[in-house]
Design a protein around this ligand. Structure first.
Ligand code: DGJ
Length: 681
């Protein structure tokens, strides 16, 4: 990334992308970047700076919009003040003396993950009102036809949108107050011809959980700019200092996978802090879809026995253990064990779970309150938003900006965590907020940070009706995401495939659901359900009493395969494959060294052509030889009548052949998964 400034004006990124020779003359690059001028243009093109200024006739959206304390609009103009540089960091300070403002840009590069982080801070000599502050603004390539951003819904997270570039802007703004299923704050810009495995791409992610705004704008002169920041006007008070969240950016010449691998590694190795980094990620059992609110000690013990027998190593007690929580209309915020359901407290269940060799986790929804709760009856003023607001799942949010609210939640949660051997919290957030407010997000962060400081051994899973709060801001404080409430293996296959553009295996929870999926009504064979869960951090979330003998055996076998492979798989990169057959959704999970991999080829539909198309692998050494084993070849159906080599046993072939010809897999039904292991020889 090359920054250059004209005189004392704000700097602009004049180049970012593939590495340039270190002796490149940057003055020349700056001059070489300058655009020509013709009729109908200003005599000089305004810079696309790190914070484009309206006052310099910038022909697009400005990077900063603010008003003075009395409401007068301000039109800042910044000039160079100072800079600080280190091996991997750069901090640039610019001042607007007339308006009493200082703007600070901070960059850091991580040569190992290939992520650059960037942040903008604004300081004023008196309280001002902020409307919009972009993280450092970057140019986007003009060799790209389209951009990819993300939408979604409950049980349908991480849907990719491809939008063609054209004059004007694509504006995404999330005003729901939480990251949301609808607005994952990410953007990928593939250059023309880029696929999962080939070509160039740029990636962006804004690490903030309160709702973001994104501008991708093509200016009249053809230049393109990308702005990311908090949703507009979510700073509700005048203040002397504001800052953007961290913007994570990367460039790839290895297709979308290059961006995905950078984000996956950066999240896993730089952002998430693991309480016990050396402990293998445990197989989960979560009781939600088995019992919902109907907690009975003997039933839960029976379920725990069966879960442990299948291979579970952590038992998570979901919603329903506290207050009078018999359904979702009541008791949120009454975080005390329900004596009707647990007359002797939680210890008998926890002791039983521990006796089976599993650890114990528990569900909270800390930011929320039901009107039918003891706390609401005593402190209705703790609610966030208007009294007559529309409820969401029959609940309101607490005002997380109030220190006394945070103290109250802390005390209740800390009391439970201190009194019980609990090593895991599933932290839910099931409704959008009545309006965006940055204090709400900062309040949630402060509460989590305090709990983590006092209970450092407790891991936290970020859940919000499934994947409604997934971003690198929340992941600084948590270790797992509940990616979706959909346990429908077919839907899950797609959701986790697209989420892999940002999320690594180690943080992505994936559970084997009930035989008939509770959110789609569909029935899938246990083998498909188990292999889809085995692609990520594996768990079970069904009533194990429904499993017949065959299902139990399959699930045990896949779980044991996962445990056997997790030591390398959880640190592996997920490489999405370019499948020539749209019915096949395939990925290659490979160690950083490239010596070991597993390919999951999920058949998401019946193919148009009768025989499977060869599946090309990626990122192998062309000259190296690999032993390739179709791990579950024994499950080929009777309708697979031929004998492709892989059905017969392992084959040894070159990386070149695997990448240019590809695997010929046996015929299979839809809703099945082939699992292929690869070992470099
Ligand atoms: C929504 C979550 O996504 C579910 O997994 C479950 O925890 C419920 N909330 C509990 O109310």
């Amino acid at each position: 990334m090359v920054l250059a400034a004209t005189g004392d004006r704000l700097p602009q990124v004049v180049y970012w992308g593939a590495p340039l020779p270190l002796d490149e003359d940057l003055e020349t690059l700056h001059r070489g970047h300058e655009l020509d001028v013709t009729g109908g243009m200003l005599d000089e093109n305004p810079d696309l700076s790190l914070c484009p200024e309206a006052v310099r006739t910038f022909p697009g959206q400005p990077g900063l919009i603010l008003r003075d304390g009395d409401g007068t609009p301000l039109l800042p103009k910044f000039c160079y003040a100072s800079d600080e540089q280190s091996e991997e960091g750069l901090s640039l300070t610019y001042a607007d003396e007339a308006n009493g403002l200082i703007l600070i840009f901070e960059f850091a590069t991580d040569p190992s993950t290939r992520i650059i982080t960037a942040k903008t801070r604004l300081e004023a000599n008196r309280a001002v009102h902020l409307h919009w502050l972009a993280a450092p603004v970057l140019p986007a390539p003009q060799q790209s036809d389209e951009m990819i951003d993300f939408a979604g819904r409950w049980t349908g997270e991480f849907q990719t949108n491809r939008t063609a570039w054209s004059a004007g802007m694509r504006y995404r703004e999330n005003r729901t107050g939480r990251t949301g299923h609808e607005h994952f704050p990410g953007l990928l810009i593939p250059l023309t011809g880029c696929t999962n495995t080939k070509g160039e791409a740029y990636g962006f992610h804004y690490g903030w959980s309160g709702g973001h705004k994104m501008i991708a704008e093509e200016l009249p002169d053809g230049r393109r700019q990308i702005q990311f920041g908090h949703a507009a006007r979510m700073e509700t008070q005048a203040a002397k200092s504001f800052e953007s969240a961290t913007l994570y950016v990367t460039y790839s010449h290895k297709g979308l996978n290059g961006c995905a691998v950078s984000f996956q590694r950066h999240l896993r190795d730089r952002i998430v802090t693991w309480p016990q980094p050396d402990r293998p990620r445990p197989v989960h059992y979560n009781c939600w879809e088995a019992v919902y609110f109907d907690h009975k000690l003997d039933v839960l013990k029976d379920i725990a026995d069966r879960a442990a027998d299948l291979g579970a190593e952590r038992f998570v007690l979901d919603d329903g253990w506290f207050g009078q929580r018999d359904d979702d209309t009541r008791s949120l915020s009454d975080w005390e064990v329900d004596p009707r359901k647990y007359p002797e407290g939680l210890h008998p269940l926890i002791d039983h779970v521990h006796g089976l060799g599993m650890t114990f986790g528990i569900w909270f929804e800390p930011e929320m309150i039901n009107e039918d709760s003891d706390i609401f009856r005593t402190r209705p003023d703790w609610v966030f938003g208007a009294e007559d607001q529309t409820l969401g799942r029959q609940q309101k949010a607490l005002n997380m900006g109030l220190p006394e609210v945070r103290d109250f939640i802390y005390d209740r949660m800390a009391a439970i965590l201190a009194a019980h051997p609990i090593d895991y919290v599933k932290w839910d957030h099931n409704r959008v907020l009545p309006m965006p407010d940055a204090d709400q997000t900062r309040g949630s962060y402060a509460l989590i940070d305090r709990l983590r400081a006092d209970f450092p051994h407790v891991e936290i899973e970020s859940c919000a009706s499934g994947g409604g709060r997934i971003d690198f801001g929340i992941m600084k404080r948590t270790q797992r995401v509940w990616l979706s409430d959909s346990n429908d293996a077919l839907e899950r296959l797609r959701i986790q495939h697209d989420a892999a553009l940002f999320l690594p295996i180690a943080v992505t929870g994936s559970h084997v659901g009930p035989r008939r999926c509770h959110t789609s009504g569909r029935i899938f064979d246990i083998s498909f359900r188990a292999w889809v869960a085995a692609q990520r951090h594996m768990g079970f979330e069904m009533d194990p009493r429904e499993l017949d003998e065959r299902e139990t055996a399959v699930l045990r076998e896949v779980t044991s395969w996962w445990k056997h492979n997790r030591s390398w798989m959880l640190g592996a990169d997920i490489l999405r494959l370019d499948s020539a057959d749209p019915a096949v959704m395939a990925e290659q999970q490979m160690t950083r060294e490239g010596d070991k991999f597993v390919v999951f080829a999920g058949k998401a539909a019946t193919s148009d052509q009768i025989a499977p198309r060869p599946l090309r692998l990626t990122a192998l050494q062309p000259d190296a030889r690999y032993r390739i084993t179709l791990m579950n070849r024994g499950t080929a159906p009777a309708l697979s009548r031929g004998m492709p080599a892989l059905k017969d046993g392992p084959v040894e072939v070159s990386g070149a052949w695997l990448m240019h010809h590809g695997l010929t897999l046996p015929w299979n039904y839809p809703d099945t998964m082939w699992v292929v292991e690869g070992q470099r020889l």
